[in-house]
Design a protein around this ligand. Sequence first.
Ligand code: UD1
Ligand code: CA
Length: 466
Amino acid sequence: MPSQERLSVIVLAAGKGTRMKSPLPKVLHPVAGRPMLESVVRAAKGAGAEEVRIVVGHGSQLVKTVAENWGVTCCEQKEQLGTADAVKSARLNDLEGDVVIMNGDHPLIEAEDIRAFVAEFRKHKADLAVVTSDLKEPGQFGRIIRHQGQMVAIVEAKDASADTLKIREVNTGIYVVKASVLRNDIERIQNKNSKGEYYLTDIIAISLAHQREVEAIKASPKVAVGVNTQEELARATRKIHLRKIRRLMEEGVVVIDPKSTYVEEAVKIGPGSVLYPGCFLRGRTQIGSFSVIESNVFISDSEIGDSVQIRAGSYLESAKVHSKCSVGPYARLRPETVMHEESQVGNFVELKKVSFGKKSKAGHLTYLGDAEIGENVNIGCGTITCNYAADRKKYKTKIGNNVFVGSDSQFVAPVSVGDHAVIGSGSTITKDVPEHALAVARAKQFVKENYTPKAPAAEAPEKKED
Ligand code: UD1
Ligand code: CA
């Protein structure tokens, strides 16, 4: 690969994030379900970065632990002396080709954005490019100073005059620069400003003085959305959720009220499925076509087929629900539960580590844990698998095909029931039941007649003649 085609990304993430008022390092705060730093790293990698270097400082131990699995290099900035010092901590000596520098607290950036900036930078054969944006409220952002159209400097809001503060074009904090230029010019940055910090933004004027090709790349305001406070964190989460909902609707998902529907980025949903207000879909959840997710349903890391009904108030974690099933209202599917095709669970039914067979039904008030339920089984109301024994171990219940379990039955595991067996209502099953058998395990009904005194018969009212 020619060295100018190589791409590395430096992510600045050593700052304290004082305004978050939280003990968690700022860049680890979750935005739409994942640490904001992870969103930035994903964007960088998606844009084709060969290497991502994260500059860590405050809370570095924790940040390193979290970032460990992302395939990145963490570089320690000992003291937070400013953004230029942070970049220097990224060990610039062995970088080649083009380098993107970005902030770890801008979670709305996506791979396409970075790819577009790099393409623009390469097209213009620039040495250094700054990504800028026009904001209605430029607030604390650094202002872009132009002279006869050409960007000549960036002035931090804190160091700006009243006139400069009126400028609406701001520094988004994203830069593309040739590694050799960065290495050389960053050395000349000084800390003569109101904060006494080494500002990376000073590189613009320095590079220009060295006759470098310096460009400003205009981008949409979303790129400038940074997170510095809890309020901005919530706003960024909302923006990512809405962006996801918009994309789903473009793909044919029916969303009744986009503003009250929460879907994380990695979730996949097929066309024709319907999302009711208040549902929350997380993680690696996948949903097929023509399925309906009703209100107040929470689903994480679950796989749901086509034409499935998940009715209001249900809670699903790492479960698998095959096509044409119906779940809830108010059902709970816990990890390692698989509902096979056309099976149904109704209100107040909890399944944990259960294989629930095709066309089987558990309509009401039931707990099945560590169980294998065959096909076409009817589980009566109030059935319980007693899977947790006094020895604190879990045991399994096996129920064959076409079994009918009467209401209010318990299965004291380990126990198994053969195909076509019938369990009488109110049974406590402690021994295996063979196929085609009837098992009844309850006290015989005892009847004592005339147990309570009878009231004297009331006299019949006299019938009036009309
Ligand atoms: C910076 C820019 C500003 C731009 C804005 C965009 C400078 C001097 N200013 O301002 O022009 O409009 O970003 O959001 O660059 N960091 C370190 N080590 C440090 C200092 C900061 O790693 O010593 C990291 C922070 O964790 C953060 C990023 O650098 O991710 C930006 O730092 P911050 O202090 O938030 O700069 P801003 O004031 O936002
Ligand atoms: Ca910032």
